[in-house]
Design a protein around this ligand. Structure first.
Ligand SMILES: Nc1ncnc2c1ncn2[C@@H]1O[C@H](COP(=O)(O)OP(=O)(O)O)[C@@H](O)[C@H]1O
Ligand SMILES: [Mg+2]
Length: 258
């Protein structure tokens, strides 16, 4: 792995009176997709929010591009190229698509905004065609694409995505996952939290399993996907592939978390 773009070490974070993360570590290299899976309540959303400066961090360190950015505010991180798409409330429903993008692009110097939006339209042609449509009238999948586009218009090198496929019909889900692969092709790193763990691991270069606010497993996406223990505990049953793939060797890069 090339030098990490994001390094999270021993992160402790939580809410008033509630400690949620008890020393979580994670890395993401430039252009890499990293999946974070685990049961409900494991602390996956809290992890993304802690990295993005939205919840209280009690200990540990977050490094971005080699710099300590622990406890930096969200807007500062956005300016540095680290952006976050929350699971909910990630578009302005009463604004048009164009207005949604304009609000997001307003963190850029005025002169750079038209190019930023034009680049976005290349990646999301639909958002150009529908630019006058109010975001609230879009389908769930299209709304997710607007949320992604809003984060991308700021020119990030790293995106944190919380459950981008939640609540989507299968075809819309396919579209979102295909778009994530395209975004990786642009060299943008993605840390994705997903309930849809199989899909996320299949797409991801590497993955982490969190449980009760701690690292449980980590490995390559396919290593985790094909690990019988991970499948049984976190993927709702045996790995779907033929047993030969699990018996011949240790899954690539698989190791229990320390
Ligand atoms: N705003 C909040 N205030 C207090 N506790 C919260 C808050 N949000 C989440 N929690 C608690 O933190 C724990 C982890 O939640 P979360 O990070 O959302 O898990 P996940 O995303 O893995 O499902 C849960 O026990 C949840 O109840
Ligand atoms: Mg969550």
């Amino acid at each position: 792995m090339s030098r990490p773009l994001l390094e999270v070490e021993g992160l402790e974070a939580g809410y008033e009176q509630v400690a949620v993360l008890h020393g979580v570590s994670l890395e993401a290299a430039p252009g890499e997709i990293v999946a974070v899976i685990g049961p409900n309540g494991a602390g996956k959303s809290t992890l993304l929010k802690a990295v993005y400066g939205l919840v209280h961090v009690g200990g540990g360190i977050v490094r971005y591009d080699g710099d300590d950015v622990t406890r930096k505010r969200a807007h500062e991180l956005t300016a540095l190229g680290l952006n976050f798409v929350p699971q909910q409330d990630n578009v302005f429903p009463s604004l048009s698509i164009a207005e949604n993008l304009a609000v997001a692009a307003s963190v850029l110097p005025r002169g750079e905004r038209p190019d930023a939006v034009a680049r976005l339209h290349k990646l999301f042609p639909l958002l150009r065609e529908r630019r006058r449509q109010r975001a609230g009238t879009l389908s769930g999948g299209q709304r997710k694409l607007v949320a992604l586009a809003r984060a991308l218009v700021t020119g990030p090198r790293l995106l944190l995505l919380d459950e981008p496929s939640a609540g989507l019909a299968p075809r819309a889900m396919d579209e979102v996952f295909a778009k994530l692969a395209e975004i990786r092709e642009l060299g943008i790193a993605i840390v994705i939290v997903e309930q849809n763990a199989r899909r996320a691991l299949a797409l991801a270069d590497r993955g982490y399993v969190l449980e009760l606010g701690r690292n449980r497993y980590e490995g390559t996406g396919s290593g985790l996907l094909h690990d019988p223990k991970v499948a049984e505990l976190y993927l709702g049953g045996a790995a779907r592939t033929a047993s030969s793939s699990t018996s011949t060797s240790t899954p690539g890069g698989m190791k229990p978390a320390t």
